[in-house]
Design a protein around this ligand. Structure first.
Ligand SMILES: [Zn+2]
Length: 116
């Protein structure tokens, strides 16, 4: 998360989201509101937040205030917990793949091949 990066002194542009390929800074807004790897979690909460007048995909200061309102802390905590759980699983998958499959090394003179 962006806060962790700040403490570790990692430059902002390197604090990119590790679980999607948007190359976005992983800030609170990206994590809660727009990371596509977490969209299924968000989707299961979207309607309940809409009923409270919050569009979690368009987080602004007002929306965050409503989310942190005493009446909604349970719902907000549940959402954050699910998001963090899913992120943990995704991060684990990423690091697992890195250690299991040796990544192909590039050498000078190798033909440039596209995987797309
Ligand atoms: Zn992301």
């Amino acid at each position: 998360m962006i806060e962790t990066g700040r403490y570790k002194g990692i430059p902002l542009e390197e604090r990119l989201c590790q679980i999607c390929d948007d190359k976005c800074i992983e800030d609170e807004q990206h994590f809660i509101g727009s990371c596509k790897s977490l969209s299924h979690i968000r989707a299961s909460y979207k309607e309940r937040f809409m009923e409270e007048g919050v569009d979690i995909e368009k987080l602004d200061v007002e929306a965050i205030k409503i989310m942190l309102d005493a009446d909604r802390t349970k719902l907000t905590c549940d959402l954050l917990q699910d998001l963090f759980e899913e992120r943990k699983i995704l991060m684990y998958d990423i690091t697992e793949n890195e250690t299991d499959e040796p990544t192909q090394e590039m050498h000078v003179g190798d033909p440039i091949t596209s995987t797309e």
